[in-house]
Design a protein around this ligand. Structure first.
Ligand SMILES: *Cc1c(COP(=O)(O)O)cnc(C)c1O
Length: 479
């Protein structure tokens, strides 16, 4: 009896012959064997399954494809969160992406002066541009802003006290906690003031013979309401000068432009901080700068020099692709009009509201042509950054979507859209999950029964793909 069942499964060679000829030989063979073993087990359980070699080949090939899927795939960001840390933060400009690609595929003068043929510094690629863009006398770059913080504290304040307001003892993204970063760097944290109020006199009282620096950290991801008082960087600089103590500024998001034009309150710019006299300023490359992941440090030559000589520099240095992308991004900023046109992040932040409305209405029209889908364009508000600027909200336009699907009543095989079959609403979480798992993957927001597509973060060329993805997600049979 069992023998009889086994015999229904085709031999390995027949299955292999039925596999696509371009399938890689070894992995295909392994997948066929795995599939046959699985089927044999099913047959042993008493499941009858007459399968042809072509059937088994098809299953094995699908198995092989699933098993070799890339883990990283492009995602359509319909969340409206322009700086979504979990989706890779800022999308890069075309020029930056091209520069990274060229650097990746070939050789480049990463650490060689083409004039002299001698060894040069890889920081030469960005130093001059950073100085021109911020007014600083020196600059360097490392892997991210967390690394910038660690190396700055270590190079300048090892074993010394760093005076910081209690209102700026922040945690960023769940793992960047100032007290821990400080401990790792070897500097000693000296907290002053209270959570909501810190005055110049608080800093002054903390200054002593072992003070290494006065530090300001921009609390980019949280804001204290009510009665607050913090010390402006210029006042900190004046105090530092008076006592001969360096002043350092972690501005976090790293705006090179004035972000007031986008309606952001108190987003410090690197140039403002340098102009105010901060000795060392650092910020992220992939937040408001809209470039690759990097930590950028600008300031006095003496301090940048010490940072570049620190042994950690070797561990924190940028790779060639990132450096190329960062240089390309910075060169775009030499012309701020060009930056507004070409840096995707700036373009997304500056789309006029009436254009967002128009895009949302167009998208809703296309989505409404999908069977069972009802889509409405509405005005909304969205956060600019997930973990990086969650306090900054912007008005936007979204499409709210609900999908209704036929539930086949009774037996499993009844036709999905026959008139007598009742329609039920697919829950927003189910629909959002299907969109995420689709090809292409679409990440949305959800709220009270609706899936929300924010058009601010959709690129023009993604509208059709988004509608297609929704059509597939809405037509998947209900489990
Ligand atoms: C985001 C941020 C950091 C961490 O920067 P990464 O580039 O994510 O390492 C540090 N400090 C401030 C103030 C920030 O906003």
């Amino acid at each position: 009896m069992t023998d009889n069942h086994y015999r229904r499964l085709p031999p390995v060679n027949d299955v292999l012959a039925a596999c696509p000829p371009d399938a890689p030989r070894e992995p295909m063979l392994a997948a066929v064997r795995e599939e046959l073993a699985r089927l044999r087990a099913a047959v042993a359980q008493g499941e009858a399954m007459p399968l042809s070699a072509t059937d088994v080949a098809g299953r094995a090939y699908a198995r092989l494809q699933r098993a070799t899927q890339p883990k990283l795939v492009s995602v359509i960001n319909a969340t409206g969160i322009v700086l979504h840390t979990n989706l890779g933060r800022a999308p890069m400009s075309h020029d930056a992406a091209q520069a990274a690609k060229r650097a990746a595929e070939g050789y480049l003068n990463l650490e060689m002066s083409l004039d002299t043929g001698k060894r040069s510094s890889r920081q030469d690629a960005v130093r001059e541009w950073l100085c021109r863009l911020t007014g600083a006398e020196a600059a360097t770059a490392v892997n991210n802003n967390a690394a910038a913080t660690v190396i700055a504290l270590r190079a300048i304040c090892l074993g010394k006290e760093v005076v910081l307001s209690r209102g700026q003892l922040i945690e960023i993204g769940g793992s960047f906690r100032i007290p821990e970063i400080m401990a790792v760097s070897g500097a000693i944290l000296r907290e002053v003031g209270t959570t909501n109020r810190t005055r110049v006199s608080d800093y002054e009282r903390a200054i002593g013979p072992n003070t290494g620096a006065l530090l300001r950290i921009h609390p980019s991801n949280y804001r204290i309401g009510g009665f607050t008082e913090s010390v402006a960087i210029a006042d900190l600089v004046a105090l530092g000068r008076k006592h001969g103590v360096p002043v350092m500024d972690d501005i976090g998001s790293g705006a090179l432009l004035d972000f007031a034009r986008f309606g952001f309150r108190d987003e410090p710019s690197a140039r403002d901080s340098v102009t105010a006299g901060a000795d060392l300023v650092w910020f992220s490359g992939d937040k408001l700068l809209g470039g690759p992941q990097a930590g950028i440090l600008v300031g006095k030559k003496e301090f940048i020099g010490r940072i570049e000589k620190d042994p950690l520099m070797r561990a924190f240095r940028l790779d060639k692709m990132t450096l190329a992308a960062l240089e390309a991004t910075l060169r775009i900023y030499l012309d701020s009009e060009r930056a507004l046109r070409e840096v995707p992040l700036l373009r997304m932040l500056s789309i006029p509201l009436n254009e967002l409305r128009h895009r949302a209405e167009q998208l809703a029209v296309s989505m409404n042509t999908i069977e069972g889908v009802s889509a409405v364009a509405v005005a909304d508000e969205a956060f600019v950054g997930g973990g990086s600027l969650p306090e900054e909200k912007m008005p936007t336009w979204v499409v709210e979507v609900t999908a209704r699907i036929a539930i086949p009543g009774g037996s499993r095989g009844s036709p999905p859209f026959s008139p007598e079959v009742p329609l039920t609403t697919v829950s927003e979480n189910v629909l959002a999950a299907r969109l995420r798992r689709g090809m292409p993957a679409v990440v949305t927001r959800t709220r009270s029964g609706k899936v929300v597509f924010d058009v601010r973060t959709l690129f023009d060329h993604q509208f059709d793909a988004t509608v297609g993805a929704l059509a597939r997600a809405a037509s998947e049979p209900q489990e």
